[in-house]
Each structure stands twice: as structure tokens, then as C-alpha cells.
Design a protein around this ligand. Structure first.
Ligand SMILES: [Zn+2]
Length: 266
């Protein structure tokens, strides 16, 4: 068991690092949309997203992973007696499906609850999309998500293997969906019936609030269709990316922005 966990963690790190590096390169060779930023703006953006990613990585190692591990170890063991079929490989697949549905609702809550939006807005203020947007989150959101996940792990008695596979899957899906990679139109449309593609997620980052509040899915796109939040709009490459009437901010401002009164937010 200990060995299985260690290999899962090692594979997760290698796979996610390789995945993000591959998409980072390919989206620059085959971009879906040209990045309309000056060289200096691109550099500043890379620093901003990298700095937010850096704080998240430290927080993940120090706090998020221990919270998830604690929750998985402390969950009351009701599955083995009440749902013995919800274990093993089938159990992991079912866990992924249930967690993907719940992460859809968590993301949706982040948009409709003003307190949560204060943190999630930092992710949306990015003025263009690529793989670095997928890891650009305010540390407050990362912490709040870890607490929400711990509640789910405790309630659903989710084993640590499922948690690790899920966290890896969330990252892989987010990197794919945020990437600026140009895919053949037919392939992207076909994929879009099952999973969130870059074109679908692009609309979620459109700086028009009606579109921002749509297409919440992480891996599967059918949750948005089932729960009525799938945008009728298709990606247009001239869509402005960001938050309606809100410009991007420097790193230090982003770091503190959720804690400022709305009237004082710059
Ligand atoms: Zn969002």
C-alpha cells in the first residue's frame, strides 16, 4: 500500500510536469489564437502566473496534501460495510465521476457566492489563456478548495488512491482546457461532447459576465449540459479574455485584492 502510494505520487509529479511542458511548447508552435500582448506584457504575465503558481506549490506541499491525507485517513469507514462494491478499480472510476460532478458545483459556487468569487476572480483576471492560466490561482482559493475537498473525502469515505488520481486528473484536464493549442475543428467538436476542450473553456474566460458564468466543467462537459449552464456561444478568437470591466493587476495587488473592501479594490 505504502509502495503503491509512493509510485502514484512519483508518477503524478512526472506526468503533470511532462504534460504542462508539452502543452506549453505545442501551444506556442500551434496556437489557436495569437497572443495580442507586447513582449514586455508577456514577460510580466509569465512572472505573475509563475509567482501565483509558486505560492500554490509551496502551499500544496505544506498544507493541501497533508489536509487531504488526513481526511482520507480519518474518514469513517462506511464503504466496506454499506457499499462493499464501491472499492477497487471500479471504486476509483466511480469516485472520479462523483468528484468531477462535485467540482463542477464547487466551481459554480465560486462564481455565485461573492466571498468565493473574490478569490476565484484572480484566476479570471488573466487577459489571455494558455497553460500557465491553469495553475494561476490565488492561494486563498487553493486553501478553501482543500477544505471543501476534505469535507467530501470525510463524507464519502474516499480512499487516498482516489484522491491522488483525482488531483492528477484535475491538473491534466485543467492544463488541456486552458491551453491555447489549436486542434483540428472536427476533433475538437467531437471531443467537446464528452470532455471540456480549450474551445469550450475559452468561452468561460470571455470577459462578458453571462459567458464567464457558464461552462463550469472540469473534465466532463456533460455536467454543464445536464445542469443547464452550457453556453450557446462558440469560441471566437476576437473574444476579450478576462473579467468584465476589470483590468489585470500586478502580482502584489492580486495577492492582496481578495482582502480589500470592494470600494478600495484597485
Ligand atoms: Zn471560473
Amino acid at each position: 500500500m505504502e509502495n503503491l502510494l509512493q509510485s502514484l505520487i512519483a508518477y503524478k509529479t512526472i506526468l503533470v510536469a511532462g504534460w504542462i511542458a508539452a502543452f506549453f511548447v505545442f501551444e506556442r508552435v500551434f496556437p489557436a489564437a495569437p497572443i495580442a500582448l507586447s513582449r514586455e506584457d508577456r514577460r510580466n504575465r509569465l512572472f505573475r502566473n509563475g509567482a501565483l503558481f509558486g505560492t500554490n506549490t509551496i502551499l500544496s506541499i505544506a498544507v493541501v496534501v497533508p489536509i487531504s491525507a488526513w481526511a482520507a485517513a480519518s474518514a469513517p469507514d462506511w464503504r466496506s460495510s454499506l457499499a462493499p462494491w464501491w472499492q477497487g478499480p471500479f471504486g476509483i472510476v466511480l469516485d472520479l465521476l462523483v468528484l468531477d460532478c462535485l467540482i463542477y458545483w464547487w466551481h459554480r459556487l465560486n462564481h455565485v457566492v461573492p466571498f468565493l468569487w473574490r478569490f476565484h476572480e484572480i484566476h479570471h483576471l488573466d487577459e489571455t489563456l494558455d497553460t500557465t492560466t491553469a495553475v494561476r490561482f490565488h492561494w486563498g482559493e487553493v486553501l478553501l478548495s482543500a477544505c471543501a475537498r476534505a469535507v467530501l473525502i470525510l463524507t464519502l469515505d474516499i480512499p487516498i488512491e482516489s484522491v491522488l488520481v483525482f488531483e492528477m486528473q484535475v491538473l491534466l484536464a485543467a492544463i488541456f482546457a486552458h491551453s491555447n493549442l489549436r486542434l483540428p475543428t472536427g476533433l475538437e467538436r467531437a471531443l467537446g461532447w464528452i470532455v471540456i476542450t480549450p474551445a469550450i473553456h475559452w468561452v468561460h474566460h470571455h470577459a462578458i459576465r453571462r459567458d464567464t458564468d457558464s461552462n463550469y466543467g472540469n473534465l466532463f462537459s456533460f455536467w454543464d449540459r445536464i445542469f443547464g449552464s452550457f453556453s450557446p456561444n462558440r469560441r471566437r478568437l476576437d473574444m476579450k479574455i478576462g473579467v468584465e470591466r476589470e483590468p489585470e493587476r500586478p502580482f502584489a495587488t492580486l495577492f492582496l485584492r481578495p482582502f480589500r473592501r470592494i470600494a478600495d479594490q484597485k
